[in-house]
Design a binder for this molecule. Structure first.
Ligand code: ADP
Ligand code: ZN
Ligand code: ZN
Length: 746
């Protein structure tokens, strides 16, 4: 690190100082001399191997300077240059540098977050092929009827017969779930064989499907955005679920790639990508590079290179894809822009959405934020005119929006948590052969396990939290730290036998529904039931084929998947969320309700949504029902304005956690003193206060809130404060972090 006290020295005789970011949580760049062996001068964006401490590390050349503030005799030479061509272009480096400054992260951390894991090590590039399987000639000619006794093998073979070149194992897994046993069986019969495949399918020359004629709203949106090609312009595309937003994306991308440019689509979660990718693949010429965390390291790296080399016309990825170099990038789309998972919640806490806007600004291209339930931040930007505001108020293709009604369940006899009205409605739909969706945002069997004799409850020994009963596993689990214990058969406190399960999670609901509706076929969709790779897609396929009559699940159901055969949606229990302490809770709850509701119905089968509640008079529910999401959002924005909360003020959380109860608060008090001593303008400090769940995984947590109405003042303050915080002494084991624009308040 540069030493401020020493005099700048003359530049070293033979050239330049390479300023390098190293993968270490240290602020600042490190100066090196060029490699003694190198013949070509490296350029910014290239990876270098540099001596660091007692070993060599991978670094990224950020800039080349004439002089160093360090004693030239102490500068070391770069060991070697790892890449022939720079991995990052200047605009990529600009974005990452901007992000590091904005989120107060060391540049090294930010740069290495932006690289696929393998490239953080001095690894060479991965082999460009992936394992796959294909049908043998025998497999192609076999009478499929001969496999009726082995339906999974038959399904697998049928899929492979449609793909003469074969399918990658991961593509197969995504379609059919885990089918390794079947594959082995078929291989044993000589019907299929292993092969190596190019990771990326060859460019689709003729997209296989033409798409719809756009309706007037869609056409207006496409024209407005396409007019801005070549210049920075942010848009909010607010369209109810099923209004044809994706169709708008596709048209825009088609137009863009026809002129030889690349498009970037960010989505919140991987669950969304298979369906979306298929749809894009059918309509968009050229290779699509998918990027998300459940790809193998090799696949990630290959797709990253395809984007970076400009081969992929479209990159579809989760938040970290915002950093992927794309030399011909001409359009950025962020789908479900309200979704909290676009924000990374640990380590380098950046918002993929907000960085996408910044990136569009840096390279000068339009950016579209799409959602049926936009975040209040984006709505505010739209209403104040900073973003163009495009609306698709109608479902496309004539489908009608579902009607939402409240169902007061006070004093109602509930069975399986269902009121008589909802049960009757379910019977009617089942009799008519329709699908039903039940939403319960709590997984496990029961949230509380207690002794009826002495009052003992199963608490996590490491967290301020109750253990959730998972009956199938016969265990009590902590959903916060992952600790679990076997289900005690007798009370650990009084040895009593009357242990009871209180409350209901999806596991219990499923069991109860099987009793209530013994004839109906059920599918449960939550983190537990979809843990196995490919299982979620298997369930979704079964639902789409109409093989499932009742589907139940957690908020996974609200994310991106459409259930056109569903005619009745029951939302069982959101009352808790109505009174949560996080100021974003009402916004999240409203989004969840509208998103779940929007999954149902299509043209000939309009959906109906029933929301069970004990608080039918709650203003949030009332505004949502009478005026829809826009009405709710307008009211919620007024509340935020009154309370001076985002988007009317900018928020930063300083979090601290430590093994002993008083340590985080003591540290934050010092941090607060430090902040006040710097006499900041326009900065308000709140706290320190314990986190809503103070103890988690045996660590005590507290936070200090910083609010400001002025973004530049806040950034200036943070720059000074962050430096000071790094200088504060603190007990061993204490960790602190800054979260700029936090999404969660704990
Ligand atoms: P969103 O992304 O807003 O949920 P989609 O683009 O997925 O909406 O469209 C919802 C459904 O309506 C899809 O089945 C799509 O094929 C269909 N659709 C979209 N645009 C049109 C249109 N202009 N005419 C007829 N059907 C359309
Ligand atoms: Zn007891
Ligand atoms: Zn715990």
């Amino acid at each position: 690190m540069s030493d401020q006290d020493e005099k700048p020295s003359a530049p070293p005789p033979h050239g330049r100082i390479l300023r390098v970011a190293v993968a270490a949580p240290l602020l600042g760049l490190f100066d090196y001399l060029p490699s003694q062996a190198a013949d070509a001068e490296p350029v910014p964006g290239q990876r270098l191997l540099v001596p660091f401490g007692r070993s060599n590390r991978v670094g990224i050349l950020v800039e080349i300077a004439e002089t160093s503030l360090e004693d030239p005799s102490r500068l070391k030479h770069v060991e070697s240059v790892l890449d022939e061509v720079p991995l990052f272009q200047t605009t990529d480096l600009d974005l990452i540098q901007w992000a590091a400054a904005y989120y107060r992260q060391p540049l090294g951390t930010a740069l290495f977050t932006a690289l696929p894991a393998r490239l953080r090590r001095p690894a060479s590039f991965a082999d460009d092929s992936v394992p796959g399987i294909r049908a043998t000639p025998e497999g192609h000619t076999l009478d499929l009827g001969s496999l009726t006794r082995a339906p999974k093998q038959r399904a697998l073979l049928a899929v492979l017969r449609d793909r003469p070149n074969g399918l990658t194992l991961s593509a197969l897994g995504a379609r059919l779930g885990d089918c390794s046993a079947c594959a082995r069986a078929l291989e044993g019969k000589g019907l299929i064989e292993r092969c190596r495949l190019k990771a990326m399918p060859q460019p689709v020359q003729t997209p296989s499907s033409a798409g719809h004629a756009l309706n007037p709203d869609q056409r207006k949106a496409v024209e407005a955005i396409a007019e801005s090609f070549g210049a920075f312009r942010p848009f909010l595309l607010q369209g109810v679920t099923g209004s044809g937003k994706t169709e708008v994306y596709i048209r825009l991308i088609q137009t863009l790639v026809a002129s030889g440019r690349q498009a970037l689509v960010l989505v919140p979660e991987i669950g969304l990508t298979p369906q979306l990718r298929d749809r894009f693949q059918q309509r968009i010429p050229g290779p699509i590079a998918v990027l998300h965390s459940s790809l193998s390291a090799g696949e990630r790296e290959r797709n990253w290179h395809r984007a970076a080399r400009g081969e992929a016309t479209l990159v579809l990825g989760t938040r970290s894809a915002v950093f992927v170099p794309m030399p011909r990038l001409g359009l950025i789309l962020v789908d479900e822009e309200h979704d909290a998972s676009l924000k990374q919640q640990e380590g380098f806490r950046y918002s993929g959405r907000d960085l996408a806007v910044r990136r569009a600004q840096l390279i000068g291209c339009p950016i579209v934020l799409g959602s049926a339930t936009p975040s209040l931040e984006s709505l505010h930007n739209a209403t104040t005119g900073r973003y163009g505001w495009l609306r698709l108020p109608q479902r496309a293709g004539g489908a009608r929006a579902p009607t939402i009604s409240l169902l007061d369940i006070r004093d109602q006899p509930l069975r399986a948590g269902l009121s008589p009205v909802l049960r009757d409605a379910m019977q009617t739909e089942l009799a008519a052969g329709n699908q039903i969706l039940l939403f319960l945002n709590r997984r496990g069997y029961a949230p509380l396990y207690t002794c009826h004799h002495c009052g003992w409850v199963g608490d996590c020994p490491h967290c301020d939290a109750r253990l959730t009963l998972h009956l199938g596993q016969q265990r009590l689990w902590c959903h916060h730290c992952g600790w679990s214990r076997r289900l005690p058969q007798r009370c650990p406190n009084c040895d009593g036998e009357d242990l009871r399960m209180i409350g209901r999670g999806t596991e219990r609901l499923e069991e109860e529904l099987r009793e209530l509706f013994p004839q109906a076929s059920l599918a449960r969709i939550d983190r537990d039931s979809t843990r196995r790779q490919g299982e979620l897609n298997r369930l979704l396929e079964a639902i789409r084929r109409g093989e499932i009559q009742i589907l139940l699940g957690t908020q996974m159901l609200a994310k991106g998947h459409d259930f056109p055969l569903v005619t009745l949606v029951g939302i069982l229990d959101l009352d808790q969320a109505l009174y949560a302490s996080d100021f974003r809770a009402p916004e999240r709850t409203a989004q969840l309700i509208i998103q779940v509701a929007g999954r149902a119905g299509r043209a000939d089968r309009p959906g109906r949504v029933v929301l069970q509640t004990r608080h039918p008079e709650h203003p949030l529910l009332q505004s949502l029902l009478s005026d829809g999401y826009s009405g709710f959002a307008a009211a919620a924005l007024e509340e935020r304005r009154g309370a001076e909360l985002p988007p009317f003020a900018h928020l930063v959380l300083l979090r601290a956690e430590a093994p002993l109860a008083d340590q985080p608060t003591a540290f934050l008090r010092e941090a607060r003193d430090l902040a006040e001593r710097s006499d900041p303008d326009e900065i308000h400090l709140l706290g320190p206060a314990p986190a809503p769940m103070e103890r988690r995984a045996n660590r005590y947590r507290a936070q200090l809130m910083v609010l400001s109405r002025d973004r530049p003042s806040l950034q200036r303050f943070l720059a000074r404060w962050n430096q000071g915080l790094h200088g504060l002494r603190h007990p061993k084991g204490l960790r602190w972090s800054l979260d700029v624009d936090p999404q969660d308040m704990f």
